[in-house]
Design a protein around this ligand. Structure first.
Ligand SMILES: [Zn+2]
Length: 148
């Protein structure tokens, strides 16, 4: 510690600077550097991480990001915002892709159908929506400020 003070005194005499400036200067520089690193990390964070809700197939979809993966994807009622019930029973009785339909049904709105995905069951519907989200991220056509 004494060596540092001696050095500070030497520098302050040599450059005709007040001693407090010689000591506090590097400390201030250190904090400014940390501040700049934090700001840079924030700026470089991809904006698609803020894209967590959108409308597909007439219903609201919400999800979270884990790295670049979409997790916890589920659909919600555009009218009352409740979680929707997924009905894909018809997919078990047919092999015709055109007849395979996943219905999104709201219990709160009198069991009414809010939307549908044609071509497969719930796993298919979720993968289709994930693909749509990924396409919007890729083409940068998503809107993080859209309120529903
Ligand atoms: Zn509803």
């Amino acid at each position: 510690m004494n060596e540092i003070l001696d050095l500070a005194t030497k520098i302050s005499k040599q450059y005709d600077l007040p001693e407090w400036l010689v000591i506090s200067g590097p400390i201030a520089m250190f904090f400014i550097l940390i501040f700049l690193v934090v700001i840079t990390v924030k700026i470089l964070e991809p904006t698609y991480r803020l894209y967590k809700e959108d409308l597909f197939y007439d219903v609201i979809w919400r999800w979270r990001w884990k790295g670049s993966d979409i997790i916890d994807l589920w659909c919600y009622c555009p009218t009352c915002k409740s979680m929707l019930f997924v009905d894909d029973e018809n997919c078990k009785t047919t092999t015709n892709l055109n007849e395979k339909i996943t219905f999104f049904v709201c219990h709160e709105c009198g069991e009414s159908e809010k939307g549908r995905v044609r071509g497969g069951g719930r796993r298919y519907a979720l993968s289709v929506v994930k693909r749509d989200i990924a396409a919007k991220v890729r083409n940068k056509t998503f809107d993080i400020y859209l309120k529903r």
